[in-house]
Design a protein around this ligand. Structure first.
Ligand code: F55
Length: 838
């Protein structure tokens, strides 16, 4: 734009500079122009929603400016870029984030106020794009925010689903899933790139022919679909850099069904076209168990194939040696969902560009790296060989070839080991089961130069348990990259009170780009004014949530009660059931007390939010149980405000921004060794909540930094879990048994539906709910005791919040850039407006 590139017209520069200056009137003009000419509404009569859209479009104009400059400079500088490939990006709303990152929130607020609109109300007009399930998808979005903020040359690649994660409704206590057609209204942020399209092949067969003594493979597909790019600008904070999230949508190709049309089978031809469009229709709502469905594999290949073509096209803009690819391109695989990119890149190098196998392999290996997000073996992706062969015959051959070479090496390495064949069987990319299956994690480990877990504990488990053999074989490949979250969205956007405190006492906004700065405020820990401001900020957040709960659930909750919150996907390993058992325990205790004793108890509001995968029966029953507990407790006149139980429907990024800042206590209670990291734990503590939790995932590192005395830690440690599992059929103990019996006898909901929840604990209890129960209730009592001493509680809460520097995703991304990607930043100079309109 203006200050760079070859000058053609001074006038043009002047006009551009005027259009993006930050005068109030400039902002207003842009908005009104969009109301009239983009949305075709009248400037005298436009509603809140058109005002939102017009404002969003005016922000997008600015983003396009910086986005273009950024891409131009990335290309000119020709530095290495990282491509973050993820089948999910849980972006959440964009307007406030964009304004904050551009430094224009106040300007827009003023500009809109004069036109008669409240900025905060416009924020609520935006749909919340839910193109992800949970932590994994949200992590990808926090990473993009940090990549842009740290000026790294980076792109995100993913899928533009028509239907995001389902909208959860609670009907009579049950989860009901509604389709989330988030594109019903225009998406003001995206830019359709009808010029950026690629052909994607499926099916068919592989032809072989010999050329100069080398066997050549030619894939003859029997299906072609088109991928079309949609670009989403991602602005960095306090920088002109704006990076790109490119999401692919599937479309039919015109050429291909020409045949069917010609043969006169009109309906067949239309059907083929619809099948092509269907690929990117819907996000799979499983957050741990892979579906194994053909359509899912199609989605994976579709977005990987388009992405690899796009990356190679960009690489080949200049004449280069293929060996330069790893100097220009790093590809991070967010779990195994994009793993098919590996054989795809090899296929392109070998079949299309004629590289020898070994040469292609050496290049490929340096390009890819893989992040694992789970230790649970049943969550590892596998694809049946039969399906693979039918859909991607050439890729299956390539996977067999990778495996052939790898198995040779493993065989040599363990030549004299009596367990040689067991070891080979375990490390093979192919599971010799019935049906035979491709192990996607093994493919990723073997073909990447780096493999990382997402918290220290998790990364160690990968090395010692899940991938122990691989670690022995490739000891240097394994790394840890503890997750982080962006403080822009998770403090600044969500918690105005706390943000104002930080900026006031630190006398600058620097903490937003260097979260370690907040620990300097520890010198104020005994300062009463500071304490009072912190307390007030929390209270206001609680009032905001109470309003939201009343509106969404019709339940009034007291804001002088302790807000005890657990929000995350519903899973047995996360143990929402343990939380529910504690609610019942507390309710029974209250009921057994005299009125006088009751009056001395800490008031608590228990809140649970989260979606269950539609096919996950046990998870759905847990939702029903919690709602049933609420029905009993909330309507018991003996209890009143002493205790409330609320299920927060449709937990999503935008509701998280209201829920998390309001928590006093947060439940992070997964069985030790099951939660890879967790990221809401970080968001909660940053916002002043205290963790009630186990020594699992990133909890371990959080308490390392904030001090274990500033959290309530209970339960079996990871080294004890295996031993305890052996005894997990043991009886519950009388206090817990009484709760089990109450559920089984119908005190909370229909026992025909809910007894199975109890029985699975009585019989197997693989997540150690029984064995952790008593240490859990002990810690819960301790939490009450501390809460009674509000001074002490406040200090714990403040100490936690101020010591979370390490859990900014800026720190995480910096480590990836240094240790895995070998990436340098490229800062886009801010165009100086005066220089432009000189
Ligand atoms: C989605 C689809 C499939 Cl097939 C499998 C898993 C998922 C998914 O959403 N996983 C997920 O969210 N994992 C979580 O990743 C977070 C980010 O690393 C971790 O903090 C969290 O512990 C982990 O469960």
């Amino acid at each position: 734009s203006a200050s760079r590139g070859e000058a053609t017209s001074e006038k043009l520069w002047e006009l551009m500079a005027e259009y993006i200056d930050t005068e109030k009137s400039t902002i207003q003009k842009a908005i009104v122009a969009h109301v009239e000419y983009t949305l075709a509404r009248t400037r005298f009569n436009f509603d809140k929603n058109s005002c939102f859209k017009a404002a969003a479009l005016s922000i997008r104009d600015r983003l396009i400016e910086s986005w273009n400059d950024t891409q131009q400079l990335f290309t000119a500088e020709d530095k290495k870029r990282v491509y973050y490939m993820s089948i999910e990006f849980l972006i959440g709303r964009s307007m406030q984030n964009a304004l904050i990152n551009l430094g224009l929130e106040d300007k827009y607020r003023e500009a809109l106020e004069e036109v008669g609109y409240k900025l905060e109300e416009l924020y609520d007009e935006e749909v919340d794009p839910g193109l992800g399930n949970g932590g994994l998808g949200r992590l990808a979005s926090c990473f993009l925010d940090s990549l842009a903020t740290l000026d790294y040359p980076a792109w995100g690649y993913g899928i533009r689903y028509d239907y995001g994660i389902f909208r959860q409704m609670i009907v009579k206590g049950y989860q009901v899933e509604m389709p989330d057609y988030w594109l019903a209204q225009m998406n003001p942020w995206e830019i359709e790139r009808s010029d950026v399209t690629y052909d994607i092949y499926f099916g068919g067969r592989v032809e072989k022919k010999w050329e100069n003594g080398i066997e050549k493979s030619n894939w003859i597909p029997n299906e072609i679909v088109k991928a079309i790019a949609y670009d989403n600008p991602i602005p960095g904070y306090d920088t002109f850099n704006t990076i790109n999230l490119r999401l692919w949508k599937s479309m039919p190709t015109n050429e291909f069904d020409f045949q069917s049309f010609n043969q006169g089978d009109y309906f067949k031809a239309i059907e083929t076209r619809q099948k092509a469009e269907y690929i990117t229709s819907v996000l799979y709502p499983n957050d741990s168990t892979p579906s194994g469905k053909e359509l899912r594999l199609r989605q994976q290949y579709f977005f990987c194939c388009a992405t690899i073509q796009d990356i190679i096209r960009r690489f080949l803009k200049k004449p280069r040696e293929w060996e330069e690819l790893p100097d220009k391109v790093a590809i991070q695989l967010n779990d195994t969902h994009p793993a098919i990119s590996i054989p795809e890149l090899l296929r392109v190098l070998v079949d299309k560009y004629g590289l020898e196998w070994q040469r292609a392999w050496n290049i490929c290996y340096k390009v890819f790296s893989y992040t694992n997000h789970t230790v649970m073996p049943e969550a590892l992706e596998k694809w049946s060989v039969e399906l693979f062969e039918r859909l991607l015959p050439r890729h299956l051959e390539i996977i067999y070839l990778i495996n052939f070479h790898f198995m040779n090496q493993v065989g040599q390495r363990y030549a004299n080991d009596p367990k040689k064949f067991d070891i080979m069987g375990y490390m093979s990319l192919i599971e010799e089961s019935r049906p035979k299956a491709v192990r996607m994690a093994n493919l990723c480990i073997v073909s990447s130069h780096a493999v990382n877990g997402v918290a220290a504990l998790h990364s160690n488990l990968l090395k010692t348990q899940l991938f122990a053999r691989f670690h022995e074989y490739f000891p240097k490949k394994f790394q840890n990259k503890t997750n982080g979250v962006t403080p822009r969205r998770w403090i600044k956007c969500s918690n105005k009170g706390l943000s104002d405190i930080y900026t006031k006492y630190l006398k600058s906004n620097n903490w937003l780009s260097d979260l370690y700065e907040t620990k300097n405020l520890m010198s104020y820990i005994d300062n009463e004014e500071f304490q009072e401001e912190f307390r007030q900020a929390k209270l206001q957040n609680k009032e905001r949530l109470a309003k939201w709960v009343e509106k969404e659930c019709g339940i009034k909750i007291p804001t002088d009660a302790m807000f005890d919150i657990m929000v995350k996907r519903i899973h047995e390993y996360k143990r929402q059931n343990l939380f529910a058992l504690y609610m019942i325990y507390r309710y029974f205790n209250l009921k057994a007390m005299t009125v006088d004793d009751r009056a001395k108890q800490v008031k608590r509001v228990f809140m649970v939010g989260g979606k269950a995968a539609p096919g996950y029966i046990a998870a759905k029953k847990i939702i029903k149980l919690i709602n049933s507990i609420g029905d009993v407790v909330n309507n018991d006149p003996d209890i009143g405000d002493l205790m409330k139980v609320v299920f927060l429907p449709n937990y999503c990024v935008s509701s998280a921004q209201i829920i998390i800042p309001a928590a006093d206590l947060t439940e992070q209670i997964s069985t030790a060794g099951t939660e890879a990291s967790g990221t809401s734990n970080m968001k909660f503590v940053m916002n002043g909540a205290i963790i009630m939790g186990t020594m699992d995932g990133a909890n371990v590192e959080i308490v390392e930094d904030i001090g274990i005395q500033n959290a309530f830690i209970f339960g079996a440690r990871v080294h004890e879990v295996d031993r305890l599992r052996v005894q997990s059929g043991a009886p519950a103990g009388s206090r817990l048994q009484r709760i089990f019996d109450a559920i089984k006898s119908g005190t909370f909901g229909n026992p025909k539906e809910l007894s199975s929840l109890v029985e699975s604990l009585e019989q197997h209890d693989i997540y150690l709910v029984k064995s952790d129960f008593y240490s859990y209730i002990e810690k819960q009592e301790e939490a009450d005791a501390v809460y009674k001493n509000q001074d002490r509680w406040l200090k714990m809460s403040i100490t936690g919040a101020l010591n979370m520097g390490r859990f900014s995703s800026d720190r995480t991304i910096h480590e990836y850039a240094e240790d895995i990607w070998d990436l340098e930043s490229v800062e886009i100079p801010k165009p100086s407006l005066s220089a432009i309109s000189r």
